[in-house]
Design a protein around this ligand. Structure first.
Ligand code: ADP
Ligand code: ADP
Ligand code: MG
Length: 649
């Protein structure tokens, strides 16, 4: 086994590999870009080396720098993760030329599967069924149009160098072919620097079912299938294992084909053979065709780990270090069912736009495995894939595992950026999905239902208003309680450009009534926990003026600073009041001292921010009514100035 490995990647996959390396006693080296100085994967590694700027071309794609870093730190092997250099055969050769081990397949195996056209040709000769279509070298427009007509519409145009759904176009009829071809080529040229395409029969009611394979360079086994049919624009959203409706005959046929594919190229390490399946009439052993092979560990590998009990990264390290395959086919079996949802920072109502932001609050639920590259206070930067986490659940049956997924999504707490949580939650509760009626068109067909933003409830708004007033943090048993007098406060909030006002009345440290959005919400603190209208209140996260209430996957409100409106309250009488509940951080006022208008008398910390309380007029401090560290209520008198008449005498 290796003593030390280097991870040529970032984010959740780097963290994932470090977890297993640590468990195996293997030391780890992280590399990082400027944008990742404080990233989780850097903190997890035994050593971390800065390799360049935030743009991948300046850091995570610099094979030469990464290899030199491995040599300098004494790492014996390099794990590529996925994306970046993971399927780059030139990199593999450079790693080996430097006397290091690449944790993955040979350069030749990657090359054989690198282009979809060559891979299909190779698979045909290996006896693996491939999608009917044209994958020749001649790229003449008329010839391609003729081939499309021969295959029969609808057809799919694919970039031979494609990946991530790029350079792919569905063409319904001959009249759309020329235009679709031009746009597929354009996208392929930009994304891959290669505009060659192939044409495939478009499979009706397509399901994406892929086989996890593992090879030792000669022999291979498969670790069953994953169904990745829940896709949006050819990108996976939720994956599961095993596939709903899978039969023993179909699994055996697909497993054989996948192992044949892997052995045909002398595959070593973890890989995935992707098949497209005709789901229009149940699963049939003659209804699946090879699409492509991904010669790396896949994003969705955890669902396979969950049902097989195998740690695929452990297998990767063991096989790369020269061990035989840890298990033979007969020793592998399926236990239960697993799901994975990809949680992203993205604005779903705005067309799934990638989002950025600082994760001011982040809490993953118990009952799910969270594979993540970020922690609270980390940033989702614009430089990389905006994935926050993968959430994986496992259960004895599909129904239980799906229930657990829905629950876990509902309990996930993310503040500081918009996320696709509500979308994933709606999917996890969708009835077609629950029935196992999955195909790659499911999301598109139900998109309107799935992306609907929930109505903001009065309870959520009330909770935000109370957080804004600092009521939630006030502790009844502290000294400040004596200062609580039932008072009425108004809180102005903004939610997605919609302004709302909450009227908080009968306010004490233990109760209040909130009138907001035309409803009255009774808030009571029972045994230290808040209840709204008799039900457990949702939790909240406060960051600056933003309050996120964790109801319906997180609803955020911006509080309009009450200080701005209330700072003058009580000033005429010479009494400086707390504009909101908080803790007295500092007291500059002392009895007898003379102050000028604008002098800072006290500092109050509320909503995690410090607010200076200033003298509204010149005068002499008559009385200081609190001490530093005191918790005070909204409206509490803090400092009294001598009356202007008193001062004159
Ligand atoms: P899968 O999602 O099935 O593992 P994909 O081919 O869609 O396979 O992409 C795998 C992962 O590789 C993506 O999730 C993405 O994070 C990463 N990736 C894809 N293309 C790039 C790229 N050009 N640069 C960096 N990472 C990429
Ligand atoms: P990529 O390299 O971008 O991952 P794939 O060839 O794996 O490209 O295809 C991505 C997705 O496109 C599949 O998961 C499937 O949803 C859809 N797809 C691909 N080929 C076909 C086909 N022949 N018929 C129907 N859908 C297809
Ligand atoms: Mg694919």
């Amino acid at each position: 086994m290796f003593d030390k490995i280097l991870m040529a990647n970032r984010g959740e996959i780097a963290a994932r590999v470090f977890d297993t390396a640590r468990a195996m006693g293997v030391r780890t080296v992280a590399v990082y870009s400027d944008a990742d100085r404080a990233a989780r994967h850097v903190a997890m590694a035994d050593e971390a080396v800065h390799i360049g700027g935030p743009v991948p071309a300046d850091s995570y794609l610099r094979g030469d720098v990464i290899i030199q870093t491995a040599l300098d730190t004494g790492a014996q092997a390099i794990h590529p993760g996925y994306g970046f250099l993971s399927e780059n055969p030139d990199f593999v050769e450079a790693v080996e030329a430097a006397g290091l081990t690449f944790i993955g397949p040979s350069a030749d195996a990657i090359r054989a599967m690198g282009l979809k056209d060559a891979a299909k040709a190779l698979m045909e000769t290996a006896g693996v069924p491939v999608v009917p279509g044209y994958h020749g070298a001649d790229q003449d427009d008329d010839l391609l149009a003729d081939e499309a007509a021969k295959i029969g519409y609808p057809v799919l145009i694919k970039a031979v160098a494609g990946g991530g759904g790029k350079g792919m176009r569905l063409v319904e009829g001959a009249k759309d072919f020329v235009e679709a071809l031009a746009s597929a080529r354009g996208e392929a040229k930009t994304a891959f620097g290669n505009d060659a395409v192939l044409i495939e029969k478009y499979i009706q009611m397509p399901r994406h079912i892929e086989l996890q394979v593992f090879g030792d360079g000669t022999r291979a086994v498969h670790l069953f299938e994953r169904d990745c049919s829940l896709q949006r624009r050819h990108q996976k959203v939720i994956e599961e294992a095993p596939a709903p409706g899978m039969t023993d005959a179909m699994r055996a046929a697909m497993g054989d084909a996948a192992v044949r594919a892997a052995e045909a190229i002398g595959y070593k390490g973890a890989g995935t053979v992707e098949f497209i399946v005709d789901g229009s009439d149940g699963l049939r052993p003659d209804g699946f065709w090879f699409m492509e092979m991904n010669t790396r560990l896949q994003v969705e590998h955890p669902v396979t780990e969950a049902i097989t009990g195998v740690d695929l990264v452990e297998w990767q390290l063991r096989v790369a270090s020269g061990e035989a395959l840890p298990k033979c086919q007969e020793e592998l079996s399926i236990t239960g069912h697993a799901f994975e949802a990809r949680l992203y920072a993205e604005d779903v109502p705005k067309g799934f736009l990638p989002a950025t932001g600082t994760l001011t609050h982040l809490k993953f639920p118990d009952g799910a495995r969270a594979d993540t590259g970020v922690r609270a206070d980390d940033e989702i930067s614009p430089h990389y894939d905006p994935m926050i986490s993968k959430l994986i659940t496992h259960g004895p049956t599909r129904a239980v595992a799906l229930r657990k997924l829905a629950t876990a999504l509902g309990e996930c707490e993310v503040a500081g950026t918009v996320t696709n949580l509500a979308f994933l939650g709606a999917l996890a509760q969708h009835e077609s999905f629950a029935r196992g009626d999955v195909d790659t068109g499911l999301i598109a067909r139900h998109l309107d239902d799935l992306v609907q933003a929930p109505e903001v409830t009065a309870e959520a708004a009330a909770m935000a208003a109370m957080a804004g007033l600092g009521v939630l943090d006030a502790v009844a048993s502290e000294t400040g309680f004596a200062l609580w007098a039932p008072v009425t406060r108004q809180v102005k909030m903004v939610r997605e450009d919609q302004e709302m006002i909450a009227q908080v009345s009968s306010l004490t440290a233990k109760a209040c009534d909130v009138v907001v959005l035309g409803q009255t919400v009774e808030a009571r603190r029972v045994d230290g926990a808040w209840q709204l209208n008799g039900r457990k209140a949702p939790s909240v996260a406060i960051a600056g003026q933003t309050v996120t209430v964790f109801e319906h996957y997180g609803v955020s409100f911006d509080i309009v600073d009450p200080l701005q409106r209330e700072a003058t309250g009580g000033a005429a009488a010479g009494v400086i009041e707390a504009p909101m509940p908080g803790v007295v951080k500092a007291l500059n006022a002392k009895p007898g001292i003379t102050v000028a208008k604008g002098d800072r008398l006290a500092v109050l910390e509320a909503m995690k921010m410090e607010h200076s309380l200033l003298a509204e007029r010149d005068g002499v401090v008559a009385e200081v009514l609190v001490a530093e560290g005191d918790q005070v209520a909204a409206g509490a008198a803090l400092v009294r100035l001598e009356d202007q008449e008193d001062a004159a005498t």
